[in-house]
Design a protein around this ligand. Structure first.
Ligand SMILES: [Zn+2]
Ligand SMILES: [Zn+2]
Length: 147
């Protein structure tokens, strides 16, 4: 994986740089992610916060509490609505940033090694045989699954 790589929202108001390879790339098949994205699955990478820089614009935060009482935090572009960053607060330490892989300019080689909430995966989706899969949340912190 070659880094740094750049990314941004659809309209270009927000641009960012990821300076180093991510610690972990994971796919979430939960209903929440499906509904928010309108897609089958949301793929995110986790990178050290100091290796993530916003180079243009200011993402807008949106917070809400899910059924399990967890505060979900998302950052999106207020101009075009693209979700860029975020996950459940407390699931990763503040030293890390969670970035939606689909917003990166170059996604080559960025495939998820971990799949969570496979119990609510859409019918047509099959998990890669080499991936680590969890029916719901993994038992420990996501970053414990980083190799
Ligand atoms: Zn935008
Ligand atoms: Zn999810």
């Amino acid at each position: 994986m070659t880094f740094p790589r750049e990314g941004g929202c659809q309209c270009g108001a927000i641009r960012y740089v990821v300076d180093e390879p991510p610690k972990l790339i994971f796919a979430c098949h939960c209903k929440d992610c499906q509904r928010r994205s309108g897609a089958a699955v949301v793929v995110s990478l986790i990178v050290r916060d100091q290796a993530f820089r916003i180079t243009n614009g200011h993402p807008t935060p949106q917070r809400r509490t899910n059924d399990q009482g967890r505060v979900l935090e998302h950052w999106f572009c207020a101009d075009c609505g693209t979700p860029l960053l975020g996950m459940a607060r407390g699931t990763t330490p503040n030293l890390y940033q969670t970035v939606r892989v689909g917003t990166m300019d170059d996604v080559a080689g960025l495939s998820p090694s971990v799949h969570v909430w496979t119990r609510s995966a859409q019918d047509w989706v099959s998990m890669p045989s080499n991936a680590r899969c969890f029916e719901g949340n993994p038992p420990g912190p996501l970053l414990a699954l980083a190799e």
